[in-house]
Design a protein around this ligand. Structure first.
Ligand SMILES: Cc1ncc(COP(=O)(O)O)c(C=O)c1O
Length: 397
């Protein structure tokens, strides 16, 4: 089936955060919404049909996932990431962020330290802090327009002897994001191996958010962290979902892959009584998307590549803003530092002059000042209009 992603459907008054809550977040609602991470594209018809079919079965009682779900996930990991996972390693969760919370709690005691690499998806901060842990940052390095992990800095975090060490409690884990939101980067296998080795050498577990792993442009391949080696497999918790890939964020479902038996037992007991099963509709959508969503996904990826090219093209005519080249995700990181505006001025510029809703870079922590994140998963005509507004507003500066 051919989808028409140019079509603009009305999402207002549907409870959509992106369309209905701009007033709360930006103080006005006449903005082009290029912010929160969902796509303004309708879902695959197979997913809609599966949900309708489930809804027609008029029993919505306590349910567990279908017995075919885990084998569907096993197959997906083999087909997409060439990693042979086992069904018993899989824990179904109501989302990736809940899984990261549970992972951190299961690996640490309050007061422990957890490493994150900023700028990073803003919900990583409460994931660590609300688990009672402290954030140790290993800031990403930006060199010649490209981000890298700062592996020397990462090593240096373990060099101080206790006593000189400002981290009076141990560092228990590193939280990786791959592909990395907000910079759109799929980490190279080499970088993942180096970071993994440093972590394991120092007794850390590696928690990896791979929610964007199926949203890579131009056929680029994702490296799932646990697929790298047995040692990495046994020391990691991988959090994955179909919700970003297939635009199901409002359904809330995720998958944790935990090959190590002890880590998995601890994870499951940490969830006990606090974290519910996802809803029956979320589970239905998860399975249907992984089984039948690829035709839709291929069309979405093509459309996103077109939007990315449009963004690069338009930005080449806009002075002061450049895009960090993205491998994937539909969230593109814009370097606006050459505009020479203070943080308040930059924010005011986009909201009140250009009238577009973008995500403010400082939400993503260290290194976010002077940057903005734009969501390009929107019909092309709206993206064009948003970019035109930015260009016109810059000409008025
Ligand atoms: C890197 C990353 N992790 C997690 C999430 C949210 O995951 P969930 O809705 O499954 O909790 C997002 C949403 O944008 C994200 O970008």
């Amino acid at each position: 089936m051919k989808y028409d992603f140019d079509k603009i459907d009305n999402r207002k008054d549907t409870g959509s955060i992106k369309w209905d809550m701009m007033n709360e977040f930006y103080g006005r609602d006449d903005l082009i919404p290029l912010w929160i991470a969902d796509m303004d594209f309708p879902v695959a018809k197979e997913i809609k049909e599966a949900i309708k079919e489930r809804a027609d079965h008029e029993y919505y009682g306590y349910s567990k996932y279908n017995h075919t779900l885990k084998s569907t996930i096993v197959k997906r990991f083999k087909d997409k990431f060439n990693w042979e996972i086992k069904p018993e390693w899989i824990v179904i969760t109501p989302g990736v962020i809940p899984a990261l919370h549970v992972a951190i709690r299961s690996l640490s005691q309050p007061g422990d330290n957890i490493i994150i690499q900023e700028p990073v998806y803003h919900l990583f901060f409460p994931t660590v802090r609300n688990s009672g842990c402290h954030i140790v940052t290993n800031p990403l390095k930006l060199e010649n327009g490209e981000y890298h992990m700062d592996l020397n800095h990462l090593k240096s975090l373990f060099e101080d002897e206790v006593g000189h060490n400002p981290f009076y409690k141990p560092i228990k884990a590193i939280l990786l994001c791959n592909p990395h939101n907000p910079i759109g980067k799929e980490w190279s296998k080499e970088e993942l191996i180096e970071a993994g080795k440093i972590a394991i050498k120092n007794g850390l577990k590696i928690v990896v958010d791979e929610i964007h792993s199926e949203l890579l442009f131009y056929g680029k391949q994702h490296t799932s962290f646990g697929s790298i080696s047995k040692e990495f497999e046994q020391n990691s918790i991988i959090s994955f979902s179909a919700t970003k890939t297939f635009n199901l964020a409002g359904l809330h479902v995720g998958v944790a892959i935990i090959p190590n038996d002890d880590l998995r037992k601890e994870f499951i007991s940490t969830m006990d009584g606090i974290v519910p099963e996802p809803s029956i509709f979320a589970l239905t959508a998860l399975e249907a998307s992984l089984k039948h969503g690829d035709e839709w996904l291929n069309q979405v990826l093509k459309y996103l590549e077109g939007n990315l090219e449009l963004l690069y093209e338009e930005l080449s005519n806009i002075n002061g803003i450049t895009a960090i080249k993205a491998d994937g995700t539909y969230l593109i990181w814009l370097d606006c530092r050459k505009l020479g505006l203070s943080h308040e001025e930059l924010s005011d510029f986009f909201i009140n002059k250009a009238k577009v809703a973008l995500e403010d870079g400082i939400l993503f922590g260290h290194g976010g000042e002077g940057f903005m994140r734009i969501n390009i998963a929107i019909p092309k005509s709206l993206l064009k209009e948003g970019l035109k507004r930015i260009k016109d507003a810059i000409n008025e500066l």
